[in-house]
Design a protein around this ligand. Structure first.
Ligand SMILES: *Cc1c(COP(=O)(O)O)cnc(C)c1O
Length: 435
């Protein structure tokens, strides 16, 4: 590993003109006691920094890059669109085709609207849920992250958890007053909340598999309970599949677990690495959206043809490969998680490795399991930081936070996974030195 000289210089310039030197907080490496690495380019499973170092990329731009960097099919779809123009502010054939593909892929989608980010998708979907039910209260879960809209930042995961922020400044209490926050995987708390507030609850928004407090899958029966209780009380069930969509199965977590939400949010993989999000669901609910219904929602760049071209190429590539791709990722993920557990045990470092498909987190905790945010928070983040820095030194780019999921990609080879396990083994021995 060469010195990060050029990264250092860029960071010094960056902090003068960009808050913290980054355009999204987790990129800053704050929680792991380092400066961010500046990236020059990506290729397949690898990232190259501005000092000429190569890393196996286990972040994948925080979710979008299931197919790896600079995938030829996606690049050529983008190139094919460019000469025709970059935005029209008018409907196109491409977005119709894309919407058809999304509705075919994701089991519960009947109608869908495109936006430009996951944040926009979740805040719009919640407006629709409130408009449809005529109710105000939204239920969310501790440690789940649904983008940075005001009313969804209560006890949020991702960067909010990484930085240990108790509350987000600038969010009026009157706005989060309609957000009810419950522990994830707690069916009892869910029933209690509905018993007390059932008639006021517009919807429950959930990451069907959490990635934003680290990877935390639902315990058996939790998603079923969400479906049952919302239906019984006339509330909507919103699956935020911005991370899990096209990652855990072609049809997302709802296909994998066989639970149909009323509304679904997509982003990340669905945009093929360009800014794109989507929200959709039952046709009668989506017909609440203007210009058909009274719920206003709009966007100058919504359905942007370049982003749609990238998204469509991604979805079509996944569709063609889905019968091998998801099985391959599942096998790679479970092999990796077994190897990490073994390596940690060998080094005498207690960990819980949560993994499902291509999502994986190593929690540095003594607990026997991590199934909610309170349990995730017992992790020794100093130990994690030491492990992370060793991986980086060994050429593995792992999320710089205990509370983020790492992602495998289809661009990774068996050999890449082997290298990753070797780096992790070195990391566990270093982590043991931290009390
Ligand atoms: C990333 C993410 C979002 C926010 O998407 P952005 O495109 O960053 O606005 C929302 N929900 C979940 C589950 C996410 O992982």
């Amino acid at each position: 590993m060469k010195a990060h000289q050029r990264s250092k210089e860029l960071y010094e310039r960056a902090v003068k003109v960009i808050p913290g030197g980054v355009n999204s907080p987790v990129r800053a490496f704050r929680a792991v006691g380092g400066d961010p690495v500046f990236i020059q380019r990506g290729e397949g499973a690898y990232l190259y920094d501005v000092d000429g170092n190569r890393y196996l990329d286990c972040i994948g731009s925080w979710g979008p890059l299931l197919l790896g960097h600079a995938h030829p099919d996606i690049l050529s779809a983008i190139s094919a669109q460019l000469p025709h123009g970059t935005t029209f502010g008018a409907p196109t054939e491409l977005e119709v085709q894309f919407a058809e593909e999304l509705c075919e892929a994701v089991p519960s989608l009947q109608k869908v609207r495109l936006v430009s980010s996951g944040t926009e998708a979740t805040m719009s979907a919640i407006r629709v849920a409130r408009g449809y039910t005529g109710r105000d209260v939204i239920v969310k879960f501790e440690g789940c992250y649904h983008g940075h809209a005001d009313f969804l930042l209560a006890k949020a995961g991702s960067g909010v958890a990484t930085l240990g922020l108790p509350e987000c400044a600038g969010v009026p209490a009157s706005i989060t007053a309609n957000t009810l926050t419950l522990p994830y995987n707690d069916v009892q708390a869910l029933h209690t909340a509905f018993k007390e507030h059932g008639s006021a609850i517009a919807g429950v928004i959930v990451e069907p598999v959490v990635g934003n407090m680290g990877c935390v899958p639902p315990t058996p029966g939790f998603l079923e309970a969400l479906r049952e209780v919302t239906q019984r009380h006339g509330a909507l069930l919103l699956f935020d599949e911005v991370m899990t969509g096209f990652r855990l199965a072609y049809g997302g977590a709802q296909e994998r677990f066989g639970i149909m939400p009323d509304l679904t949010m997509l982003g990340k993989i669905a945009g093929g690495g360009l800014p794109l999000g989507a929200f959709g669901g039952r046709a009668d609910i989506m017909d609440m959206v203007a210009p058909v219904g009274p719920v206003y929602q709009a966007g100058t760049l919504s359905g942007n043809p370049v982003a749609v071209a990238a998204g469509l190429a991604t979805v079509q590539t996944l569709k063609a490969r889905r019968h091998v791709l998801y099985e391959r990722l599942d096998a790679m993920g479970s092999k990796l998680s077994d190897a990490l557990r073994y390596a940690a045990e060998e080094a005498g470092v207690p960990v819980v490795v949560n993994q499902i498909g291509s999502m994986i987190t190593v929690f540095f905790t003594d607990l026997p399991a991590v199934s909610n945010y309170a349990q995730a928070k017992t992790s020794n983040t100093q130990r994690f930081a030491r492990w992370f820095r060793t991986l980086l030194e060994e050429g593995v780019y792992w999320p710089p936070s205990q509370f983020e999921s790492a992602f495998l990609s289809d661009a990774m080879s068996e050999e890449d996974i082997f290298r990753l396990i070797e780096a992790a083994r070195v990391g566990f021995h270093k982590a043991r030195e931290v009390a």
